[in-house]
Design a protein around this ligand. Structure first.
Ligand code: GLC
Length: 538
């Protein structure tokens, strides 16, 4: 087992989307007590901790990613006392608790913004990004909101525009203002004092903007867009040089790290959406004086072949130094991986081998609720769409509701999530994949996850060992993981055909993991479709 202070390095973090985990109050929306009730289940997955998406006071226009009080629980989810009980139960089960911090922007209902928008002279006048219109009345520059339209909204009282990278109701905090920066760090300290083990930092590279408000240049034709936004979104047609990933952010991240270091054993994982995500991840997590970990959209987007994964690994290794990634293949913002990648493969077999890859990469892991069940993306009819982002780009992009539907605990009414109709519909296809249906089936994705994570726990090389790619042919992905005396060889077949390869290293023994089958004859390895093999290197 890991040194407890370093639990996060190689740790597996289970992401819970509170609205959709378990409704304990019967109002159709999940809540904190519902999560507490299911922590035994979470612990049974052999994960190291949880990340809770926002449960703070919020008008919920972006479902909690628009915070109006950073230090309290929204009544929809319960009370601060409920959170303390959750924390205590999690800790008693050996689970770490990370919470989401959305400090780059607030809700427009937050008292800071309410004050700031009054006039140009109040004490919080510059806590948000205000700028005069151009002489023709149009916005100060060409920056766009990810959720559609200009990133600037005019406020008639101040006769100025304010900046928002997301909804108009999510004004961007001015990180050039030292008091605003400090106030956000103080909000984080509140939760550290309460005993949380770390933070997922929303949009961590969006904190600063270019103080000169220079226009972003267009993306040259044919250049890859890696931000994580769909191509239908004009946001991806700009190079985001001036509205995010500004150099000043590095100093702020150092201040943030200094705060974390006052609370030993705590950690951070930043969300990075950037034109050069792996470069940014390397920059933000190297050196031990900024973030502990970060995730990008490299495994949250479309490509998924062995050659694509090799390319991502290679690119990251080239840049990495002592940087530390946290890999994710699904979360509350993207189409579930079982559909995104599995739809053109075998939707039942594919999730298992992909999870095997995810749990074997060098880095930590975020596993999204329902991913352990191999859930496909839910079909949410237009009339039930909740996500404002989905409404803007429909039907080209249907938004993020399809990955946010309620957890299927049983195959009964509403999947055992709630006694009433939930805020997003229970997907009918999820019922046959419910926890109760998979629980006792050794071949189910759920038990494959348990087996893989138990295997990861018992092999330090998989936690934080070095990774070297090995040549097992174009169609397979292969690498070794090495720490101390232990070297493991991991080979994955992500295709629907049996593959055979000659192993480039000498194998001492095969390491069986439940569900996975392979045959090895000396140095010849045969992997059936969607299978993985783990071996001890001589
Ligand atoms: C992050 C969150 C996403 C949210 C956005 C704005 O990308 O993951 O859900 O809408 O930030 O806060």
């Amino acid at each position: 087992m890991q040194d407890n202070m370093m639990w996060w390095r190689g740790g597996v973090i289970y992401q819970i989307y509170p609205r959709s985990f378990l409704d304990s109050r019967g109002d159709g929306v999940g809540d904190l007590n519902g999560i507490t009730e299911k922590l035994d289940y979470v612990a049974s997955l052999n994960v190291d901790g949880i990340w809770l998406s926002p449960f703070f006071t919020s008008p919920m226009l972006d479902f909690g990613y628009d915070v109006s009080d950073y230090r309290d629980v929204d009544p929809m989810f319960g009370t601060l006392e409920d959170f303390k009980a959750l924390l205590e139960k999690a800790h008693s089960l050996g689970l770490k608790v990370m919470i989401d911090q959305v400090i780059s922007h607030t809700s427009d209902q937050h008292p800071w913004f309410q004050e700031s928008r009054q006039n140009r002279t109040n004490p919080k006048a510059d806590w948000f990004v205000w700028a005069d219109p151009k002489p023709d009345g149009t916005p100060p520059n060409n920056w766009l909101s990810i959720f559609g339209g200009s990133a600037w909204t005019f406020d008639s009282r101040r006769q100025q525009y304010y900046l928002h990278n997301f909804l108009t109701s999510q004004p961007d905090v001015n990180f050039h203002h030292p008091e605003a920066r400090q106030a956000q760090l103080d909000n984080m300290r509140f939760w550290l004092d309460l005993g949380v083990d770390g933070f997922r930092l929303d949009t961590v590279n969006f904190y600063f903007h270019d103080a000169e408000l220079r226009d972003n240049p267009p993306v040259p034709k044919g250049e890859a867009k890696t931000l994580g936004a769909p191509e239908a979104n004009p946001y991806t047609w700009q190079r985001h040089v001036y509205d995010l990933s500004r150099p000043e952010n590095l100093d702020f991240l150092k201040d943030l790290r200094a705060l974390m270091d006052e609370y030993p054993g705590t950690t951070t994982v930043g969300e990075i959406g950037d034109d050069n995500p792996l470069e940014r991840m390397a920059e933000y997590t190297a050196g031990g004086d900024k973030l502990h970990m970060a995730y990008t959209f490299d495994l949250l987007n479309m490509p998924h072949s062995a050659s694509y994964l090799r390319e991502v690994i290679e690119r990251f290794q080239r840049l990495a130094g002592d940087a530390w990634p946290c890999w994710a293949t699904s979360n509350h913002d993207v189409v579930r991986s079982a559909t995104r990648w599995g739809a053109d493969e075998d939707p039942h077999a594919y999730p298992k081998v992909m999870l095997a890859v995810l749990f074997s990469l060098r880095g930590s892991v975020c596993l999204y609720q329902g991913e352990e069940l191999g859930l496909p993306e839910a079909d949410v009819p237009f009339e039930r769409i909740q996500d404002p982002y989905g409404k803007v780009l429909w039907p080209e992009f249907k938004g993020r509701d399809g990955c946010r539907t309620p957890m299927p605990w049983t195959d009964g009414e509403q999947g055992g999530f709630s006694p009433v109709e939930p805020w997003l519909p229970m997907e009918a296809r999820h019922l046959e994949l419910a926890v109760s249906r998979q629980q006792d089936d050794p071949n189910a994705t759920l038990n494959t996850v348990r087996a893989l994570l138990a295997f990861r726990r018992s092999h330090p090389a998989l936690f934080d060992g070095d990774l070297s790619l090995v040549d097992v042919g174009d169609d397979l992905l292969g690498f070794t993981r090495q720490k101390g005396d232990e070297t493991l060889l991991c080979v994955f077949n992500l295709t629907g055909q049996e593959q055979q390869t000659t192993l480039p290293v000498e194998v001492a023994s095969d390491l069986p993991v439940a569900h996975f089958t392979a045959t090895r004859d000396g140095s010849t390895l045969t992997l059936p479709a969607y299978q993985a093999a783990f071996m001890q290197v001589a």
